[in-house]
Design a binder for this molecule. Structure first.
Ligand code: PRP
Length: 205
């Protein structure tokens, strides 16, 4: 049995869709149930940011998670496959008409992606104040909580509707299949077989 942590929402649905095609079985979570067991797999329905935690601790052998979340956690996990789902980027959001003022002595950035933002400024040897938020990040520059934001941009609509412009991109992200290191070595054959089947589905999709 392989245990796979899936992030709640669309990525879980799209991932299960790939499994349906790969195994010719129906994989659907029942109503509020958080575990789905079928065809030798046990899927866990967890919060996006919690996927790497389940995999790191070995509570799940595998997980599906955006690269942005993985980078933020800095866990030592194996990246098995790009599922080519949930494509987005982590980028700056700036007040319309403003640019990122790199000459400013200190920039204040509001973000959910603290570590990614911090690393960006460290690489440029720039001083930064990071304000950690958990959602509605686009609001921060509008009420002077921060000079700018670092956030996920998919269509860019959220920034646009809130008077922000998409600034420089820090990283591109998409959902990846990840593995716990011990599980990967202990269950290598079954994990490899799964990876090949999913890869084949990605090729025809
Ligand atoms: C993300 C992000 C933006 C929005 C960007 O939020 O924080 O608000 O999506 O998408 P867009 O470019 O297509 O407008 P999400 O929906 O993941 O919710 P969250 O803030 O609760 O994480």
């Amino acid at each position: 049995m392989l245990t796979i942590a899936l992030p709640k929402g669309r990525i879980a649905k799209d991932t299960l869709d790939k499994f349906e095609k790969a195994f010719d079985e129906e994989f659907v979570f029942e109503d509020r149930k958080l575990i789905l067991e079928k065809a030798g797999f046990r899927f866990l329905n967890v919060r996006n940011q919690d996927v790497p935690t389940y995999v790191m601790h070995g509570a799940a052998d595998l997980g599906v998670v955006g690269l942005d979340v993985l980078e933020e956690k800095e866990y030592d996990l194996i990246k098995l496959l790009d599922l080519q789902l949930g494509r987005c980027k982590v980028a700056f959001g700036l007040i319309k008409g403003q640019e990122l003022d790199m000459t400013k002595s200190k920039i204040t950035v509001a973000t959910k992606h603290e570590k990614i933002a911090k690393r960006y400024f460290e690489e440029k040897a720039m001083a930064v104040d990071i304000i950690k938020l958990y959602g509605s990040i686009e609001l921060a520059p509008l009420v002077n909580l921060a000079d700018c934001i670092v956030d996920i941009v998919e269509t860019g609509a959220t920034m646009k509707q809130n008077g922000l412009e998409v600034g420089p991109t820090i990283m591109e992200s998409s959902a990846h299949l990840i593995a716990n290191k011990n599980a990967y070595y202990a269950k290598k054959d079954v994990i490899f077989d799964l990876k090949e089947k999913i890869e084949a589905v990605l090729q025809w999709d």
